[in-house]
Ligand binder design. Sequence first.
Ligand code: PPS
Length: 293
Amino acid sequence: MDDIDTFLLKFKGFYFGREALNVDFLENLDDFEIRDDDVFIITYPKSGTIWSQQLLSLIYFEEHCKRTENLETIDRAPFLEYNFRKMNFDERPSPRLFSSHLPYYLVPRGLKNKKVKIIYVYRNPKDVMCSYFHFSNMLSTLKPTSTFEEFMTLFLEGKVLGSLWFDHIKGWYEHKNYFNIQFMMYEEMKKDLKTSVKKICKFLGKELSEEVMDSVVRQATFQNMKYDPLANYENILNDKPEFKRTEGHFLRKGTVGDWKTHMTVEQNEKFDKIFQKKMKDFPLEFIWEINEE
Ligand code: PPS
C-alpha cells in the first residue's frame, strides 16, 4: 500500500481525505436530494473556503451577523462530503449552505438544475500550495512532508486531498454552463472585500443595507475572523486535539504572495513552466502578489 493511501482514498479518480468520509454516502452522492434554494461554496482546498463560509453565513443569517446565536460557521455551511458533525442534511432548514471540495463530475446531479447557486472560490496556486504545505504538516489526518520540495512534488502530482489543482479549476470552469455558478477570486476579495461582497450578493439575489454590508465586511476580515471563535475553526482542534500534529492555525497568514518566501527561484521556474503548459488559453486571471499595507 502506498504511503499516500494511509491518508487518502481514491474514489472515481479523485483523492478524498479519510477523516469523516462515508463511502456509502459517496456512492450515492449523485442522487443526493438537492433543494432549489441550496447554496454551495466550492473550492480546491486552501483557496478561501472558511472565509466564504463566514461571508455566506453573515449574508444569509441575521442571527449570525448580529451574533445573537452561537453557531460555528462550519455548522452553518457544513462540508457535503465530510460530515464532521454527523448532521442529518435532510433535516436542515432551508436555505441550506454547503461547502465542498468536489470536482465538477462528482457533485449531486441536482446541482445541474441551474437553480442551485454555486460560488467557486479560486486562489493563485502557488499560495494554495504554501498554505497546503503548512496545513498538511499541522493536521495529523494529512500526510506530512519534511521539505517544501517534497510537498511541491505531491501537489504537482495531485497526490493530495482534492487531487490536481489544475484539473479542479479547469474542470469547473469548462463545465460552468451546466451550473449556476459565480467564480470569485481570493486575491480580489483580499484587495477589495466590499466590492466582492457586493458581487456575491448580486449573484445570490440578496440586498443588504449599507450598514449590514459594512458589518459583513468587517466581520469577515482576516483579523476579525482569526479571533472570532465561531469563525476560526479553533474549536475543532480543541475538541479533537489528536487532529493537531504540530502547532498551527486554520487561519494562518491570509496573505497574497507568501509563495515568495517559500519557493526557490528554481522551484518557481519549474512551477511557471507547468502552469503555462496546463493553463494555456485558460481565461480566468490570477493575481500572484499585491502590495498590502
Ligand atoms: S480548507 O482547509 O481547505 O477549508 O482551507 P481554506 O479555508 O480553503 O483556506 C485556508 C486559507 O484561507 C485563509 N483565510 C483568509 N484569508 C484572508 N482573509 C480571510 N478572512 C481568511 N480566512 C481564511 C487562511 O488563512 C488560509 O490561508 P493561509 O495562506 O494558510 O493563511
